[in-house]
Each structure stands twice: as structure tokens, then as C-alpha cells.
Design a protein around this ligand. Structure first.
Ligand SMILES: Cc1cc2nc3c(=O)[nH]c(=O)nc-3n(C[C@H](O)[C@H](O)[C@H](O)COP(=O)(O)OP(=O)(O)OC[C@H]3O[C@@H](n4cnc5c(N)ncnc54)[C@H](O)[C@@H]3O)c2cc1C
Length: 460
């Protein structure tokens, strides 16, 4: 039986350990935290909302335990503001009927999945693995996977200059997960979306339906600040309550339509928060140890994505699936550096769209993206809405499940126009664009006259 070591008990490491154990490999998982540490003394690594393709893998492994209790997100409600106080466009997209996204408290998930790995016959060792120790571990295993997030050990894996776009963090991030909040938007109560507020010059504020380790339906609140702007106020926050207080102050000024929703919010627990920043980048998956032995990066250790697109955990699941399939497919042959690079290349070829889409969201909107937003304006996400606008808006949220679907249309105006023509059944994209622009102009006029907000928004 081939022996595989996995370092790190987060989303990627535990999923890999379970998947390999299920395929009859002898798996040992090394974690610097016990299940109790995760539950009582840890911060969640992120909100980690996962869509169908990622969840499907967890379901296949019998690991998706919370979908019948957790809030089921079924769409997106996006408000795009080119400048402060001006809502230009909304997009209300919904996932196809049987699909939903789930954001499960990663601490509860890691604690549960660790216990289950032991019950299923896997080995779990509690230790913080140093580079020297990693060398010993690698000596005794056919393959060592390092899924240690962005911990120190990540430095073993050099930055991939050809695939990395950024050299520094693009946003300062603040997250707090809160309860005591209605699980619907007052101005669009017919669905449970992730709420995106885009402020082109300043950053983003978004809310994700979340299920806490104490089984509270909750919201993960995230602010993504561009340096020096009015969202950039979280750097000195030292507690969940401070993030919440600062965030509510920001909301009163920039997102007044969502202020009331969080009037009675309280942090889910004292650890349910984060502040900080990360550089979005791709790393080489082969790490070389002092002895010359080689280990492979997985999950966030292999690739850091800004949370703006909610992609990191989804990306990790897809990466784990590719790596596990590649291990199985390689039979008894050596799982060496060549195999690691080829496996990564296969993953990248199919899934580079994740990185592309996520990075698009960090940048000013493309002309193609602007056309898509204008053409879909008027989408409502109501069950009975089968308009062309709705079709386009739905494609936007489906793209979070598999960014291969719509990302090319965001990158290329001709492709954007093809999508618009397909949705509207027209030979040219110009009539739907002209009609959309007229609706946008009417919305602007209504706002100026104080006669109401945009589609799916409260009166301004
Ligand atoms: C604010 C925020 C919001 C996010 N929202 C989303 C979202 O909505 N959707 C989405 O898909 N992604 C989201 N993400 C990203 C997602 O949370 C991460 O990509 C994912 O959790 C990473 O999982 P991982 O297993 O690779 O790493 P981690 O979760 O970091 O797990 C690594 C584990 O390894 C352990 N470890 C580290 N060093 C060692 C060592 N030397 N020895 C032993 N153990 C070690 C750590 O303690 C940790 O338990 C978000 C991220 C942030 C910051």
C-alpha cells in the first residue's frame, strides 16, 4: 500500500486525506491543531462559500454534513457604484433550481473531518511540522503533500513568475461573522444571495450567508479596502467587535441600504474575525527540502487568491480532485517532481479561469463586463422571471461555480456580445444594450429625483 503524508488540516489537506484514504492509500495527516483547538481557539481561515462543483466532491466522500441545516445561498445580489452615493446598476442572479452554495464554519468542518478521518482508519498526528521534520516525513512516504495554508512552510515553494499577476496585496481585508441578523435582504426577500457592493474607487463590501460552529445561521461580512480610501479603516482592529463596529460605521456612510439589516448583529464568537492582507500569487508546486527530497504544495500553499471572488476553497477542492486523480492514475510509478509539475499543469489548463475571474474582479470593470452589466440590468431573480436579462444575470452567478463559463466573455467584447445575443435571441447586441442603457439612465433619473432606487433596491 502506498504511503502518503498530508501536512495541514484545513479544507485542502483534509479533503485530500479523505479522498486518498477512500482510494486505499495509507494516509497520515499532520496538523498543528487538535479538533478542540479548531473549535475553541482558532479563527476561521475565511468564509469559504463553496459552489456545486466543489461541494460535489465533498458529497462523494460523505463529508458534506451541513447542507440540510445551513443557510442555502441561491444567488447573487450585486450593486455597482461607480462613485460614492451613486448606485448605477444592480444584478440579481440566481442559481438553477436544485443548486445552492454553502459557507460552513471551517473550524467545525476541520474538527469534524479530523475525527472522521480517524474513525475511517486514517492516521492523524498533532504537531507543527518544521522543514527538518518535513524532510523526515518525506523520507518515509511515497508522496508528501503540503496543505499548510499561508503558514511559514509555504516559503518552500517559490513564486511562479509566469503565472503570477500581482507583486503586492490588492486590498486590505476585514472579516467578521455575525449572528442576530435576518437571513434575507429586506429589499429582495425572495432569495438568499451573496450580497456584493462594489465601490469602483474604494473597494468592496460583501455579505455571505454562513453557518457557524455553534449552528447559528449567520452572515460573513467582508470589507475589501483599497489603500487610503474610506473603506481602509480596519488596520487597527483587535477584536471581532471592533471589526463589526468599524464595519457598521463604514456601512452607514457607504452602504446605507444595508445598515438596517445589521442593526442587531453580534459576532458569532470572539474568534470569528480576521484582518490582514495577502498577495494573490501562484507558487511552483515543487518544494525542495535540505536533503534534496521533494514535496508538493496544495490549496492555499500552492495558490493565494484574494477573497473578492470567494474562490480559494473552491479552487482548493478542484486542485485536490485533480491531484488525487493524478495519483491514482499514476499507479506504482514514482510521484516525483516531473509528475508534480505535470499534475499542476493539468489543473491549470482546466482551471486557470478561476484565477482569471478572481483577478478581473480586483480590476476596474472591462468594457466587455460593462456591456454585460448594462444588458442584464432589470434582472430580478424572482422565480417567475425568465427574461433575457435574468438569463444573463444567472450566468454571472453560475460562473462562480465554474469560471470557465463566463470569464472569457468578461475578457473579450466580441464574446460578451455573443452572450448578449444568445440571451436575447437577437442578431446584434446593440438593441439589448441600447435598451439596457435606457433603463440605467431612467434609474439614475429616479435616484436624482428621489423617486426610488434601482431594481431590487429600496427607494433611495
Ligand atoms: C476573508 C476571507 C474570505 C474568504 N471567502 C471565501 C469564499 O467565500 N469562498 C472560497 O472558496 N474561499 C474563500 N476564502 C479562501 C478560503 O478560506 C481558503 O482558500 C481556504 O480556507 C484555504 O484552505 P487550505 O486548506 O488551503 O489552507 P488553511 O485553511 O490555511 O489550512 C491550513 C492548515 O494547516 C495548518 N498548518 C500550517 N502550518 C502547519 C505546519 N507547519 N504543521 C502542521 N499544520 C500546519 C494550519 O493551522 C491550518 O489548519 C476566503 C479567505 C478569506 C481570507
Amino acid at each position: 500500500m502506498r504511503k502518503i503524508a498530508v501536512v495541514g488540516a484545513g479544507q485542502a489537506g483534509l479533503l485530500a486525506a479523505h479522498a486518498l484514504h477512500a482510494r486505499d492509500y495509507e494516509v497520515t495527516l499532520y496538523s498543528d491543531k487538535t479538533p478542540e483547538d479548531f473549535l475553541e481557539r482558532s479563527r476561521p481561515t475565511g468564509v469559504a462559500a463553496r459552489f456545486d462543483m466543489a461541494l460535489e466532491f465533498e458529497r462523494e466522500l460523505g463529508l458534506e454534513h451541513w447542507g440540510d441545516r445551513a443557510p442555502r445561498g441561491d444567488g447573487v445580489h450585486l450593486t455597482f457604484c461607480p462613485k460614492e452615493g451613486n448606485q448605477l446598476v444592480t444584478l440579481l442572479g440566481r442559481l438553477s433550481r436544485s443548486r445552492f452554495f454553502l459557507a460552513i464554519d471551517l473550524r467545525m468542518q476541520s474538527a469534524t473531518w479530523m475525527d472522521e478521518l480517524v474513525k475511517r482508519g486514517g492516521n492523524v498526528e498533532i504537531e507543527s511540522v518544521s522543514v527538518e521534520r518535513l524532510d523526515e516525513i518525506a523520507a518515509h512516504h511515497d508522496l508528501t503533500l503540503v496543505a499548510a495554508g499561508r503558514g511559514e512552510i509555504m516559503k518552500l515553494f517559490p513564486r511562479d513568475e509566469t503565472l503570477s499577476v500581482y507583486r503586492k496585496p490588492q486590498r486590505f481585508l476585514a472579516m467578521v461573522c455575525v449572528t442576530g441578523v435576518p437571513m434575507q435582504l429586506p429589499y429582495a426577500p425572495w432569495f438568499l444571495p451573496v450580497k456584493f457592493n462594489f465601490f469602483a474607487p474604494y473597494g468592496e463590501a460583501f455579505w455571505v450567508p454562513w453557518y457557524s460552529k455553534d449552528h447559528q445561521p449567520s452572515w460573513g461580512m467582508l470589507w475589501e479596502a483599497k489603500a487610503g480610501g474610506p473603506l481602509d479603516r480596519f488596520r487597527d482592529c483587535k477584536s471581532a467587535q471592533q471589526v463589526l463596529d468599524t464595519g457598521r460605521q463604514v456601512n452607514r456612510e457607504l452602504v446605507p441600504w444595508d445598515d438596517e439589516l445589521f442593526a442587531h448583529a453580534t459576532p458569532c464568537d470572539e474568534n470569528s474575525w480576521l484582518v490582514g492582507q495577502l498577495t494573490p500569487e501562484v507558487r511552483q508546486v515543487v518544494g525542495t527540502l535540505p536533503s534534496g527530497r521533494q514535496v508538493m504544495a496544495l490549496g492555499d500553499t500552492a495558490q493565494s487568491l484574494d477573497p473578492i471572488g470567494g474562490m480559494g476553497a473552491n479552487n482548493g477542492n478542484k486542485m485536490v480532485r485533480t491531484v488525487v486523480d493524478s495519483i491514482v492514475g499514476h499507479g506504482e510509478r514514482p510521484l516525483d517532481a516531473n509528475w508534480m509539475r505535470q499534475t499542476q499543469a493539468r489543473f491549470w489548463q482546466r482551471h486557470h479561469w478561476i484565477d482569471d475571474f478572481n483577478n478581473l474582479l480586483l480590476e476596474p470593470i472591462t468594457p466587455a463586463g460593462r456591456d454585460l452589466l448594462i444588458a442584464q440590468y432589470g434582472s430580478t431573480a424572482r422565480a417567475e422571471d425568465d427574461s433575457p436579462q435574468q438569463k444573463l444575470a444567472d450566468e454571472f452567478i453560475e460562473n462562480f461555480n465554474d469560471p470557465m463559463q463566463l470569464t472569457p466573455a468578461f475578457q473579450n467584447r466580441r464574446r460578451a456580445h455573443d452572450e448578449i445575443k444568445r440571451a436575447f435571441g437577437t442578431r446584434s447586441a446593440l438593441p439589448p444594450l441600447a435598451a439596457g442603457a435606457t433603463r440605467v439612465a431612467a434609474g439614475q433619473l429616479r435616484q436624482r429625483l428621489g423617486r426610488g432606487g434601482l431594481v431590487g433596491m429600496p427607494p433611495s
